[in-house]
Design a protein around this ligand. Sequence first.
Ligand code: MRU
Length: 351
Amino acid sequence: MKLNIIPVEWSDEGVRMLDQRLLPTEEKWLVLRTYNDVAAGIKDMVVRGAPAIGVSAAYGFALGAKQFVGTNIDDLADELEYISDVLAKTRPTAVNLFWAIDRMNRTFQKAKSEGKSVTEIQQILLEDAKAIHTEDIESQRLIAKFGGELLEDNSTVLTHCNAGALATGGVWGTALGVIRGAVDQGKHVSVIADETRPYLQGARLTAWELMQDDIPVTLITDNMSGHIMKKGGVHAVVVGSDRIAANGDVANKIGTYMVAVLAKRHGIPFYVAAPLSTVDLECPTGEEIPIEERDIREVTHMKDIQLAPDDAVVSNYAFDVTPNDLVTAIITEKGVARAPYTESLKKQFEE
Ligand code: MRU
C-alpha cells in the first residue's frame, strides 16, 4: 500500500487542499490564503469528510490568528470569536468541525490566561492545529489496527460514501482505514463501494482512493446493495460517521441507514469507524443531530446535465441517522465499543 493521501496541509502561503470536487479526473491543489477562503473551501466541499473538516477548521482558525495585526489580546479574542463563527457556519452535521473550533478556543484561552503575547499565541495556535492533524492521523492508524482485526481473511466489505484518507487528516481513513488495517495484517479483502448519490463520493473518491492502493474495489449503484447482500456477496459493512450521539446513534452520509437495515436483514455485521472527535456526548440521541440539507441541483443535475423536470419538488438531505440497535460495533482509536453504547463510549473517553 502507498498510504500517501493527505488531503489538507499547512504551508507558509496558507492552507493547501486537494480539490476533491475535481477527483477522480483531475488532481489539483488549491492554496487557501485566508480563513474566509478556508471556510468557503469547507462549505463548497473542496475538502469534505468529518475529520478532514475538523483539521481544516483548525488550520483556518490558526491562519486567521496569524493574519491578525496588532498587539492587544482582547482585540485578538474578538477576532477569534468572529473567525469561529464564520467557520462554524459552514456545515452543520459533522461534529469534528465544532470540536476543532472549541479546542482551538480553549488553547487560546489557556495561552491568554498565561499572559502570552499575540506573537506567542499565534505560534501556539498553529502548533495546536498541527497537533490536531497529527493526532487525527494517529487515531486513524489505531482504528485501522483495531478494526482490521474484526475483518476476516478473504472477505468482501461494503462501504458507503468516502470515509477514507481523503475524508480525514490522511494516510489511513476511518472505514477505509479498517480495510487498509486488515490488508496490512495480511488479509485479502475486497471492497464494494456504493456510488453514493447524489454527490457520488463512493464513485469519485472511494473507488479512486482504493485503486491508488491496489485494493480490489467494485463500484455499484446504491440500489444494488440489497441484491448483492441477498446473494451472500457481502461479509461486513464498514462506514464512517459525521456525528455519533451518546447512545450510539450514528449520523452518516444519506443512504447509510438503508444499508444498515439491509445488513440486519441479512445477518451481516455493520461496523462504524470513527475517532472520538466524532462522538458527541452532549447529543443524547440521533434525534438531536442537525441534518444538513444541500442545494437541490445536486439531485436534479449531473454537472450541467439536467436529469429532472424544471420546477420538480426535490429533497436533498445530506445525512441520515442509523439507530444504535443496527450497529454491531463502533471502532475508535481506543478500541471496539459495543452496546450499550451510552456506557461503552463514555468509558472510552475516561480511559
Ligand atoms: O458530505 P461529506 O462528503 O462530507 O460526507 C462524508 C461522510 O458522510 C463520511 O462518511 C463521514 O464524514 C466520515 S469520514 C471519515
